[in-house]
Design a protein around this ligand. Sequence first.
Ligand code: FES
Ligand code: FES
Length: 160
Amino acid sequence: MTKISCVINEQPYQFEIDPRLSLLELLRENGFTSVKESCGVGECGSCTVLVDNIPTDTCIQLAVWADGKTIRTAEGEHKNGVLSSIQQAYVDKGAVQCGFCTPGLIMTSTAIIEKYSGQMLSREKIRRELAGNLCRCTGYEKVIDAVQAALAKTMESPAK
Ligand code: FES
Ligand code: FES
């Protein structure tokens, strides 16, 4: 067993884990069930969280590699019951179908909004930024609408 410490959604955690455990398994076993397993091999992005603010496929990361890192999952993005701007934009634009890919897409979209705050991106650029996240329902157009809507908000009031 190996001990690790990390911060998840602004709360400190310590775990004693099997060094073979994936980060996906660690998160799901500890209640972060927004993190979805689909392909399990780093192809679909359903298991994406932000590790030190970088979108990361947790199915191909060992949990031990999270030692000392800061992790954000979709559960932590709403504050006091208020959705983050990108979560709200997904709702407003109807960018969810079955929803299985949605938490991963939300986290990648969150990274896009923070990286490009105050700018508007073309649909093509957003498509490229979201290329690591696959949707089985192929609902990409409304997802791009949502990212553009959230970016537009950052142009009214920069930062998040
Ligand atoms: S489940 Fe991790 S990338 Fe598909
Ligand atoms: S909304 Fe169904 S997989 Fe994307």
